[in-house]
Design a protein around this ligand. Structure first.
Ligand SMILES: N[C@@H](CCC(=O)N[C@@H](CS)C(=O)NCC(=O)O)C(=O)O
Length: 212
């Protein structure tokens, strides 16, 4: 059975959500963040990349959300929620599967810039971050005006990948979607999915760790 090593208030909630969507069994191991909001040493020791999420499947320890969701869907669910190269929306699927890393990259750059607000390159880097952030969210809003889900008419792993950026990242100072009506309706639509509601109760940002 797959073990999800879940870091509290983190992107690993998307793996819980995926397992609930697929109806697959899993074991959840919960790790609280430290006072400084970073992962505890016990979590960092799980994998050389030391990022959340991490899953364990037998001897395999796998990091990186996009790799994890594809791995689970292909290995345990006959490719459900994925899009194959011969399908018309394959390119859209790929793009939105990778969107999360763009947003995360900007989020970390913004956080670093906030800490170095008066450095020599602050204006130039700040301008670049703003331009790229506007571009990503402009495209997101445009896409969700044209399509109910990111990869096309059906719910896929691309949706599993992106929701965290729109719901939880703002809790850490990331960009909100208050000015993006299509993105807001999309978040609401996803929020009504029973598996999503269940997963957020178990592992979402306001969930509490199970008592041992
Ligand atoms: N691209 C990676 C990003 C992983 C990542 O940055 N995870 C954060 C949690 S949201 C993390 O590990 N934070 C804890 C820390 O670095 O101390 C993925 O999607 O898995």
């Amino acid at each position: 059975m797959i073990t999800i090593h879940h870091l509290g208030v983190s992107q690993s909630d998307r793996i819980v959500w995926l397992m609930e969507e697929l109806g697959l069994p899993y074991e959840l191991k919960w790790y609280n963040r430290k006072e400084d909001r970073l992962a505890p040493d016990e979590y960092l020791a799980l994998h050389p990349a030391a990022t959340a999420p991490i899953i364990q499947d037998g001897d395999l320890m796998l990091a990186e959300s996009a790799a994890i969701v594809e791995y689970i869907c292909h290995r345990y669910a006959d490719g459900k929620f994925t899009v194959c190269p011969d399908q018309p929306n394959y390119a859209e699927y790929l793009y939105w599967m990778h969107f999360n890393n763009n947003i995360l990259g900007l989020f970390f750059a913004k956080s670093a810039l906030r800490a170095q607000a008066h450095g020599p390159d602050a204006d130039r880097i700040g301008g670049l971050i703003k331009r790229r952030e506007e571009g990503y969210y402009r495209y997101l809003e445009q896409r969700l005006g044209a399509s109910p889900y990111l990869a096309g008419p059906e719910f896929t792993c691309a949706d599993v990948m992106v929701i965290f950026d729109l719901t939880s990242l703002p809790l850490f100072g990331g960009r909100t979607i208050k000015d993006l009506p299509n993105a807001q309706s999309y978040v609401q639509r996803i929020g009504e999915r029973p598996a999503y509601m269940k997963a957020m109760k178990i592992a979402g940002p306001t969930a509490v760790p199970p008592t041992a």
